[in-house]
Write a protein that binds this ligand. Structure first.
Ligand code: GLC
Length: 562
């Protein structure tokens, strides 16, 4: 791989210290490791690849990396099907590589958050193999959610529940004697059997896993599907229709109140470290329920996905910001802002589609779960990127922590045209292809304009990269003052300089399509969602998401004034 030219950029060192509040306004960069950088040319990104690109992260100016699963996995769900929670996938490296990566990140002043996947293991996990070899009713089966089937011969699933990825949420096993047997619950793919969180051994083992990574210097955890662990499978099981409109806290599968007892236990472990290890819940729950996950005695922070579900609309953005700051005040956590991640259509693409575009799939609680769908002929790529840059600059002006997803700093769009035979996302297969799935935002990054996989590695990448990646490669943007990469770097540098208390004041009077906010110290951010240029308030321009027009702020542009 060609060395990153950003390695030479002068950046003041920032060593992580013992500040227990480091996460409150941190900029966290999500690395999806299999698609970030490939050090050995096998087409899959790996941990040494991450280490090799730390100069990029450092020159970008992020405070932390969130590493998506890097554990041994058959990749039935991109690594969210974990075979062993306390090991590294050999294709991605070794525990020594992990330690070296963590040390190098820390030396660069960047903290490390790892993904933990407690709702389900993979079907290759030692526990699940043991469960399959053991008889019904055995302690080995009790670590999962096995039930007898319905009908005279047990050939019907125990209920008609559907998995989030499509198709039934139950799969029947073959008993050790070769006869058709019990069914197990999987809220996601069949390769992801749900664990039984009423089982004390399951609970203990995850505490061991938390300690294992915290002892290795991990600074925090991102908790996958945090709202699903507690379940009520009291029989007779209700039908999907019966639970469709369950009141909050009463759904047998999602967001049950008992789940918080688990996180109280986790918090004790996390708080036994100095500084306390952080945790952020991935919980697609109703806004009114989010604070329960975010309280200091619980996980401590919870994602809000409201911004990434909002259209490019001043009113919607303002409501999302106001509501989430109020919720943060209620829980005591800081808010979390996200525009893109590995589960949704990249925001540059979403904003180039008609309102609501790129949005598919309803999840539990009526919350949009996946924003899939890829691009369509109506995509206006230029408009999308322009708005994405403006949205990012607005997001970075907000109090709280901001989560960036790898490649958004290059202004990448969703890759829409992945051939069916190259697709990997179980959503695609389980929906019979009606949902294209999430591969389009997981295509390996372009680091250089040429090379077999645009500098990702020395061989072809595991998902096909489009020709248009060349123009957006990191090394091309390095030389361009107007590049999206340059904007991100400037914005993060200004943010670090200007950051003050977690307060925000709206400034009224700029017109309907304009959001104007002020942060302590007089830092202001103005976003023009409307079609016509608007005047900027007095102040010195620090950074703008696009060029001004005769000193005025054009449509779909954000500017920061100091
Ligand atoms: C989370 C992850 C997603 C994964 C699912 C099942 O939502 O973000 O990628 O497919 O959980 O683990």
């Amino acid at each position: 791989m060609t060395p990153d030219p950003a390695a030479t950029a002068p950046v003041p060192p920032r060593t992580p210290g013992d500040d227990a509040d480091w996460w409150r306004q941190a900029v966290v960069y999500q690395v999806y490791p299999r698609s970030f950088a490939d050090s050995d040319g096998d087409g899959l990104g790996d941990l040494r690849g991450v280490t090799s690109r730390i100069p990029h992260l450092r020159s970008l100016g992020v405070d932390a990396v969130w590493l998506s699963p890097f554990y041994p996995s058959a990749l039935a769900d991109g690594g969210y099907d974990v075979d062993d929670y306390r090991a590294v996938d050999p294709r991605l490296g070794t525990l020594e590589d992990f330690d070296a990566m963590a040390a190098a990140l820390h030396a660069a002043g960047i903290r490390l958050i790892v993904d933990i996947v407690p709702n389900h293991s993979s079907n290759r996990h030692a526990w699940f193999r043991e469960a399959l070899a053991a008889p019904p009713g055995s302690p080995a089966r009790d670590r999962y959610l096995f039930r007898d089937g319905g009908g005279p011969d047990g050939s019907l699933p125990p209920s008609d529940w559907q998995s989030v990825f499509g198709g039934p949420a139950w799969t029947r096993v073959t008993e050790p004697d070769g006869t058709p047997g019990q069914w197990y619950l999987h809220l996601f793919a069949a390769e992801q059997p749900d664990l039984n969180w009423d089982n004390p051994e399951v609970r203990q083992d995850f505490l061991t896993t938390l300690r294992f990574w915290a002892d290795r210097g991990v600074d925090g955890f991102r908790v996958d599907v945090a709202h699903a662990l507690a379940k009520d499978l009291t029989e007779p099981l209700p039908s999907a229709a019966e639970i469709a409109d369950a009141a909050h806290g009463t759904h047998p599968l999602w967001d049950r109140d008992e789940v918080h007892a688990i996180y109280t236990e986790w918090r004790e472990v996390l708080d036994s470290y100095t500084p306390p290890r952080t945790a952020v819940a991935e919980a697609w729950v109703h806004a009114s329920r989010r604070a329960r996950y975010a309280v200091p005695g619980g996980l401590g922070q919870a994602f809000n996905f409201d911004l990434l579900q909002a259209d490019w609309d001043a009113k919607q953005f303002r409501t999302v910001v106001t509501d989430n700051l109020a919720q943060a005040a209620e829980s005591g956590a800081s808010s979390t802002w996200v525009l893109s991640n590995h589960d949704v259509v990249r925001h540059a693409t979403r904003y180039g589609l008609p309102p609501g575009g790129g949005r598919h799939g309803q999840g539990q609680d009526g919350v949009d779960w996946l924003l899939t769908g890829g691009t369509s002929p109506v995509l206006d790529a230029e408009l999308g990127l322009r708005r994405a840059r403006a949205a990012t600059l607005l997001m970075l002006a907000l109090p709280g922590s901001a989560y960036l997803y790898q490649g958004e700093e290059l202004g990448l769009h969703e890759v829409a045209d992945i051939p069916a035979d190259r697709r990997q996302d179980p959503t695609f297969f389980r929906s019979g292809g009606t949902e294209v799935g999430r591969d389009g935002c997981r295509v390996p990054l372009p680091w250089t304009a040429d090379g077999p996989s645009f500098g990702f590695g020395d061989g072809p990448a595991h998902l096909p990269q489009p020709a248009w990646f060349a123009a957006l490669a990191a090394d091309v943007q390095e030389r361009d003052p107007h590049a999206t990469l340059t904007l991100y770097r400037e914005a993060l540098a200004w943010r670090r300089r200007l950051q003050g208390p977690e307060e925000l004041e709206w400034v009224e009077g700029s017109g309907e399509g304009v959001l104007h906010l002020r942060r302590p110290g007089g830092w202001q951010s103005v976003t023009n969602f409307g079609p016509e240029p608007v005047d900027l308030p007095p102040g010195i321009l620090a950074v703008a998401s696009g060029p001004l027009e005769d000193g005025r702020l054009p449509a779909d542009t954000t500017a920061w004034l100091v």
